[in-house]
Design a protein around this ligand. Sequence first.
Ligand SMILES: [Ca+2]
Ligand SMILES: [Ca+2]
Ligand SMILES: [Ca+2]
Ligand SMILES: [Ca+2]
Length: 370
Amino acid sequence: MSLQYSQLFKKRRKILPRAFIFLFVTLITIGVFAKNNWFPSMDALTGARTGWFGSELPSNASSSWNPLAAPLPTPAPQLSKEYIYAGQRLLAVEDTFATAIAPADLAVWRPSTGTWWVMGGPNSQQIAQSWGTNGDKPVPGDYDGDGKTDFSIFRPSSSQWFVLQSSDSAWAPIISWGIPTDFRVPADYDGDGKTDRAVWRAADGVWYIVRSSDQSSYYQTYGAYADIPAPADYDGDGRADIAVWRTSEQKFYSINSSDSSVSVVTVSQSSSQPVSADYDGDGKADHAVRNGSNWVIRQSSNAQTITVSWQDAADIAVQNDYDGDGKTDIATWRNSNGNWYIRQSANRNSLRQVQWGIPGDIPIPAYYRR
Ligand SMILES: [Ca+2]
Ligand SMILES: [Ca+2]
Ligand SMILES: [Ca+2]
Ligand SMILES: [Ca+2]
């Protein structure tokens, strides 16, 4: 036993001095490194990073201490804006820093080929996207909520909604909703910034809505046979309001989403074409009816009703905000020549005439490019 103890004591006598020498050298080394700023560090004020021996590092390096660490991917820009839609019409952009709303794109869907044609701007190319086949119905909207309209179609044979998400170019989950004879009324009813798949059935007067916020089904009986659905954000709370236009009474009936109250607004026109949108730019949709070539608009800002005669009665109404001033422009598209006739609210109501599309196309202006 005593022999073993003495051997252990001899080993310790050798180890201890070596340990002291190691500690001494280490402390000296740390001192030299610290004095010369050879340790990795980050400047608290500027965020500038330095690696070993004072080497410069990119500010997004994942580690200062690991010389082999890869830099972090550049963070994707986050949307600071909130886009609120009623179908393909932009209701509002909520952004305290926004100075202008991007103008709507001129676009058509060609049934013969199932192609979406979106006109490019001064510095951007046009877009041609195949999505859908002959017999489908375009139902553009921002279903994924990224601020861009998604190429989307409803297929009557299967009642399926096919949405090509602009955010990741992937298919949204395919949902069967409604029947071919329904009015398709996609809009953002629950106010989450995403378009909700929705239909209105004249036969029973029921609104069938898939709320995008939780995918739950919502049913609301409102309206009667022969009414025309006219959902829009009449109370300006960022949510589309359930509404119908009753030609026989020349009245709009709507449920304000803000407080569930009912509002009844008379527009004395015997036409069956509601064209409600925010023409005066106060953030609330104006009750409006197109009668022949006349656009009769009850401005929400002052309750005044104005009448504007615009182009041909046979044209298709394509009102939207084409000049990006936050006001919907009265506009029509002519099937015979593919011309767009836009009354520019930002430019003293002057005419902008552009040829885009051919006879047989379906005009579907929206915010595809943004
Ligand atoms: Ca989108
Ligand atoms: Ca929604
Ligand atoms: Ca509303
Ligand atoms: Ca308005």
